[in-house]
Ligand binder design. Structure first.
Ligand code: ARG
Length: 595
């Protein structure tokens, strides 16, 4: 099944070929000026440039060679040489019917299935999930669903930050709290009552302390190395912290509608590290650097300017070398990432690994990817950092609470739910619902508001957190989209109650034509979202579809009409609902039954 633009491109390619023009100039897309034509090819401009001819001439030649088909009439020429196409009623009707009959609502699958690991979420043990992990979770979840829906075999992996220095830091802080680890019973009792809230106080306090207490810093580093060497009670303490954090994070992810196939952490890659380091050593890739072992990834001549503490500027290699083993002998963030690549190569044999992580970690991933390629573990082009901008506060800086702290995910969701309850009441929604249903709807509205506000921006763009705006029932928001979907659901319920059945689609009214074209746009939006790892294409599609449906709703009464017209309109409404629910699901947004 192909969308209309693809079918038009194929027909136009044949015309271009027959005239000796390159096929790549034949691409037909939805027009930005629907008043001039529904679809457009602007390749005559580029073809003319390449051939040193006039665009108008090329466009005329192509238009003349086009014969009207079942798909479209002869194209019209506009502007400097655009070809404008209008599809036939037959083609449009067939497309609408195909979408209505298709469980995938008109979306195709990839030709070559790939094996894809999506690394996203990335919360850290001993630190609660905060809004910094919100975008990673929302975007990653959507990217995972998009890839899976297109037919790839996909694993989502949380890649918990449960290894490295932060662990040594908390262990050392606990050691001071307990006055040493000599008393086993005392330690056991402490660990049994350990909570995430406590860890969230201990961790930042310890992180603060190392800035002024070099002896404490030194002990924390040694504790990290001891943990990684399997020492006790380090392992036992680590396990307790890990379990407490993991349970809380599973709860938060669940509330957000985010799920993973693999709940692996950095620590899971640790057993691979000794052999990996030996292997890197044997390949001659490691260098000694002030007691640490590093892997250089810059190519000769790749440098950047760096300002030293004394103010002088020097040229240094760029990217920086990857720090593989610290001078204390412990594995670093990059080391676990490198070992995780090995682990994934063995277990999932991925054709592609996508890292949905804050843009600010771009340098880190460049180091890791280059190191993996240099070591021969995987080719560079199979690894991709899918970066994103920050969610900012009104001051334009990464979002903080009023007290200046990081907002916990749980609190954020709670705030959004409170606002959702308010809005539902203002809009007179749910007065007749049971308490449980009302709460369920409020939760879904809250999550839709948060997720849609995030996904409607291109991921690279930063945006300002504004719950009032996100939660509006009008405009480009999650609640607006839910409201539209629920409205169609209610029509379906009424139709069922009245025994009205959907029937063959026939298109007469311009609003029916517009709705079919909007439905047809799903495929192109999905493909762009997939190719560019950018869910905003689907967010935009959902919005356009909902708006176009609104126009249809106003102009084309469904249940008040009769006979074949009513059956056709009901079928169009059902197709819209199916595709809208599917699109929202690809964004990770759930639609309630009613609201
Ligand atoms: N835990 C990291 C952080 O909070 C994110 C992990 C991202 N994934 C990775 N493979 N490094 O910054």
């Amino acid at each position: 099944m192909t969308d209309l633009a693809t079918a038009l491109t194929a027909a136009n390619s044949a015309v271009f070929r027959s005239l000796g023009f390159e096929e790549r100039y034949a691409e037909v897309r939805r027009s930005d000026r629907p008043d001039l034509g529904e679809f457009q090819c602007n390749g005559a401009l580029a073809a003319a440039k390449a051939a040193g001819r006039k665009p108008q001439e090329i466009a005329q030649q192509a238009a003349a060679a086009w014969t009207a088909t079942d798909l479209a009439g002869k194209p019209a020429i506009a502007g400097p040489g655009f070809l404008n196409f209008t599809t036939t009623l037959g083609a449009l009707t067939a497309r609408a019917q195909a979408i209505a009959d298709d469980a995938r609502a008109g979306a195709s699958v990839v030709e070559h299935k790939r094996r894809v690991v999506v690394d996203y979420g990335g919360p850290n043990v001993a630190k609660g999930m905060h809004v910094g992990h919100l975008r990673a979770s929302i975007i990653g979840e959507s990217v995972k669903r998009i890839y899976r829906f297109r037919g790839d075999e996909v694993w989502g992996d949380a890649h918990f930050g449960d290894w490295g220095f932060q662990m040594g830091l908390v262990i050392t802080a606990l050691e001071d709290e307990l006055g040493g680890f000599a008393d086993n019973a005392k330690l056991g009792a402490r660990l049994r009552t350990l909570t995430l809230d406590q860890l969230e106080t201990i961790y930042p306090a310890a992180a603060q302390r190392i800035k002024t207490d070099p002896a404490f810093l030194d002990r924390a580093r040694k504790a990290t190395a001891a943990l990684q060497a399997g020492a006790e009670p380090h392992r036992t303490i680590w396990k307790a912290m890990h379990d407490v954090s993991m349970a809380a994070q599973k709860r938060d992810f669940h509330a957000l509608g985010v799920d993973f196939d693999l709940w692996h952490g950095e620590s899971d890659a640790d057993p691979l590290i000794p052999d990996m380091v030996k292997d890197l050593e044997a390949k001659g890739l490691l260098e000694e650097d002030q007691g640490a072992r590093i892997l250089r990834v810059a190519n000769p001549g790749e440098t950047r300017k760096k300002k030293r503490d004394d103010g002088t500027v020097v040229e240094v290699e760029s990217p920086d070398p990857l720090l593989v083993v610290s001078s204390e002998g412990s594995a670093m963030y990059g080391t676990t990432d490198l070992a995780t690549i090995l682990q994934r190569v063995r277990a999932q044999k991925p054709d592609m690994v996508l890292y949905v992580v804050d843009q600010r970690q771009a340098d880190h991933f460049e180091q890791v990817f280059r190191a993996a390629a240099k070591a021969g573990y995987i080719s560079r082009d199979k690894l991709e950092h899918v970066g994103f901008g920050t969610m900012n506060g009104p001051d334009g800086k990464p979002f903080k609470t009023r007290a200046g702290g990081v907002l916990k995910l749980q609190d954020l969701i709670g705030q959004a739910e409170a606002k959702a309850r308010e809005r539902l009441k203002e809009n007179d929604i749910g007065a007749d619902f049971s308490k449980a249903e009302f709460e369920d709807v409020a939760h879904k509205v809250a999550i839709a508001a948060i997720k849609f506000a995030d996904l409607t921006n291109f991921r690279g763009t930063s945006y300002v957190f504004d719950l009032d705006r996100f939660m509006s029932f009008e405009g480009k928001t999650g609640p607006y989209l839910l409201y539209q979907a629920v409205r169609i659901k209610s029509v379906m319920r009424r139709a069922e109650a009245e025994g009205v059945l959907a029937g063959p689609i026939s298109i007469a009214h311009p609003a029916e034509r517009a709705l079919t074209l909007a439905l047809d746009g799903f495929e192109a939006a999905l493909r762009s979202a997939y190719d560019k790892k950018a869910p905003h294409f689907l967010a935009e599609h959902a919005y356009v579809l909902a708006q176009t449906f609104s126009g249809f709703w106003t102009n084309c009464p469904i249940l008040q009409s009769e006979g074949a017209v009513r059956a056709s309109r009901l079928a169009l409404a059902a197709a819209t609902l199916k595709q809208l629910v599917l699109t929202l699901d690809l964004l990770g947004i759930e639609v309630p039954e009613r609201m």
